[in-house]
Design a protein around this ligand. Sequence first.
Ligand code: ZN
Length: 445
Amino acid sequence: MRDNASVKQAVCDAVERHRERIIGLGEAIMDEPELGFKEVKTAARVKSVFAEAGLPMEDGLALTGIRAVLDSGRPGPTIALMGEMDALIVPDHPRCDALTGAAHACGHNAQIAGLMGAALGLTDAGITDELAGRVVFIAVPAEEYVEIDYRLRLVREGRTTFLAGKPELLQLGVFDDVDMAVMIHSGSMDSMDGEAGVSASSNGFLAKTVCFRGKAAHAGVAPEQGVNALNAASLALQAIHAQRETFRDHDCVRVHPIITRGGDIVNIVPAEVRMETYVRARTAEAMLDAAAKVDRSLKGAAMACGCTVEINTVPGYLPLLNDPHLAALFKDHAEQLFGAGTYREFPHSGGSTDAGDLSQLMPVLHPVMTGAAGTIHGKDWHIADPGAGYLAPAKALAMMAVDLLHNNATMARRVQADSRPRLSKSQYLDQQQALFRTEIWEAGA
Ligand SMILES: [Zn+2]
């Protein structure tokens, strides 16, 4: 049996042999961006690569997700390598979909190219019988938490249970036999310190859609006969701001409401005003505490103006906890690919990902790797260096699989032994389901 370094070299060489294919896939997906739970063309590309690699697969998971398995035939842990398929809505991106405004402004096209590259590299290197356990490749739908109304409709129609891909795959049982999961997110060379790195943690969030209902009246002739829903919303924003001094710095709370409908016509007292907000925090406790203060603010504002307020709360993502063993392995891979001293430990991130949900149940790694340029979620985001953006993630994922499963999967077993999941699957599902709530506070009630 070859030593660990030779096996890793073999998979990296195999990735290089598929260089043009991997870059071509990343660029083709960039030019065919699709929104979450609608990634039909992207899924077709993924399936053709898995088929070409000779991997058995299941498709249609959470509508568009695909899972393929590389089985060493020897007992051992199962590790998941993941890539996200969905785009954002950035209608002024030069490579957006003209009809939907979807654009890959977060580099998920590179995640899929990287995942496909890892699948091609690991299967083509002829090293499977030197591993123990299994590698599952999962192309995950819907990481971006957008089109909330559309996704709530999917839930009402019984087509999904949650509003994002990984929570949905979790509840479907797609991760039931998975012991740990790894993915790599693209980072922008314009803003990134170093070439690759890991944040120890990131924020979780829940989302709220809010509707204030008042009474229409002529805004000039008889405003006293109306009930102004916009005044209630505006007071609610102030009341939410007034809570900020109660948020502790280390909880990293972010509440960022917007008004999505402010009234219909200027000479009528607004009778219906809508808002949306995320409530983000470092821990579930801090998130729930801040969410209760937001609810209190909304109801207080409704009361002051004599409005009714409807508050719909939906689960977002749980805080991300990156596994330290997996991060240490990734550091080696990153420095092998980019040179010594290029790896960074980033501070806690105020952003959120549904990899956070997984990380409460099993060891997870969600690092960032360079290769993109421009502003994340902005119109100028693209993969500027195909070697770093598409091939390096493929090699890093493939090397991760080797490090975990080579040598009778000693490393994967160590990760498992040291992991302390915060939640069981049933606790997770109960907790997230309980967040779905519609509350109606009526004036005078
Ligand atoms: Zn992203």
